[in-house]
Write a protein of this length. Structure first.
Length: 400
């Protein structure tokens, strides 16, 4: 009973002294943190893990040095060793997070030209996740090695480590593939946080990039969750790969009689009258002329993808309104020529049947025939004709 009371007294004194010491250090660091960002982050982030580490270590040393033999002493000391290992791992993780936050503080992503900052942020976030995972794995491994039976089991399994690694690799093939793909994305600069991408037919931005999945925020606030291996195995569009400025188009269909030059002037006036345009590209071209209509494509540029979307909608709206207000005759129309009978329309002459036409008129000229009419046409006709029936061997069954 005396040993137990001594152990309890030693524990209380050691824990109290540790708490007083940690709080004193915390107060000093907070005072100094008013002029230092690093010390302020240390005071806020590392206070609890530092308190836990110092307190548990002090209790362990008190039990080990001042407490005599008592029932369960070995189990208590073993439990304290495990707690010390966990507290140290917590403290190391907190210190690494402080350093990573300090590195991120130097790079702002809320500025127009933030490509390098987004790349650094992506890499630091991925390293943070790898660091936390590595600390957890090492901590669990060290804890297990404190058990004698586990150490003996580990020594016996060394010989079969090759087989176990193969089985584990096959079982976690997909997970390991995503982990490797996540690291590849972080350091290959193929995609970064806040990049504007088009994946699976959806337009959005990279909201979160982890070791196993990528969260894409769609323009209508939906979230598209994709495995990281998707971005290393399938093609996707990255609109901000080298910069945030992008190009976009707005297309409208009008009649063939639509005046193009006045519409170019209107497009220029629309672009120059809005802050969405970045002043780089403002082009109007006829890209198609089929189906009784022509297609006009307005190519414009903007500082970022969001501004480009609004600019494309504005250009389309203004051009449609301009055509309806100033050139209604240029609206899309369908033309048809319907004849109810064979009567000759005024101003036209009846055409004689082909049998009554002169031979030179009934026979189409060479410009109207592909296979015949000219020397080249005759050669093509021979090349694409079947074998001569008379030249076929008797009984061969070949037909023309």
């Amino acid at each position: 009973m005396t040993s137990v009371l001594t152990a309890l007294l030693a524990v209380v004194i050691a824990a109290g002294a540790a708490i007083v010491l940690v709080e004193a250090v915390h107060w000093v660091v907070r005072r100094l943190g008013r002029r230092s960002t690093l010390l302020n982050d240390l005071a806020n982030t590392a206070h609890r893990p530092f308190l836990a580490t110092v307190t548990i270590f002090a209790v362990q040393q008190a039990v080990r040095g001042f407490a005599g033999p008592f029932p369960g002493r070995a189990g208590v000391l073993h439990a304290l060793v495990i707690l010390v290992i966990a507290a140290i791992a917590w403290l190391v993780g907190a210190l690494l997070l402080v350093l990573e936050d300090l590195a991120l503080a130097r790079w702002r992503v809320d500025v127009p030209d933030n490509m390098k900052a987004r790349r650094v942020k992506t890499q630091v976030v991925m390293l943070r996740r790898v660091t936390v995972a590595g600390i957890v794995v090492l901590t669990v491994g060290v804890m297990l090695m404190t058990f004698p039976n586990v150490r003996a089991l580990g020594a016996s399994l060394i010989a079969s480590a090759g087989l176990i690694s193969v089985i584990a690799a096959l079982a976690a093939q997909s997970t390991l593939g995503n982990l490797i793909a996540g690291l590849q994305l972080a350091f290959s600069d193929a995609v970064r946080i806040d990049d504007v991408v088009v994946v699976e037919g959806e337009w959005g931005r990279i909201e979160e990039l982890t070791l196993t999945y990528v969260a894409v925020q769609i323009w209508d606030d939906r979230r598209l969750i994709l495995p990281t291996s998707y971005f290393t195995t399938k093609p996707f569009q990255n609109w901000t790969r080298t910069g945030s400025a992008v190009l976009g188009t707005a297309e409208i269909d009008v009649d063939w009689s639509a005046p193009v030059e006045p519409m170019r002037a209107e497009l220029r006036a629309v672009c120059e009258g809005t802050e969405l345009w970045d002043g780089r590209v403002c082009v109007l071209q006829v890209t198609e002329a089929t189906g009784g209509m022509i297609r006009l494509r307005a190519l414009v540029s903007a500082h970022d993808a969001g501004s480009l979307w609004d600019l494309r909608c504005l250009v389309r709206e203004r051009l449609v309104g301009w055509v309806f207000e100033h050139q209604r005759d240029s609206l899309p129309r369908l033309r048809a020529d319907v004849a109810r009978d064979e009567r000759v329309l005024p101003g036209r002459t009846a055409q004689p049947p082909a049998a009554d036409r002169p031979a030179d008129e009934a026979e189409a000229g060479g410009d109207a025939r592909v296979f015949g009419g000219t020397g080249d046409g005759d050669e093509r006709a021979v090349a694409f004709s079947g074998p001569d029936e008379q030249a076929a061997p008797a009984g061969s069954g070949m037909r023309q």
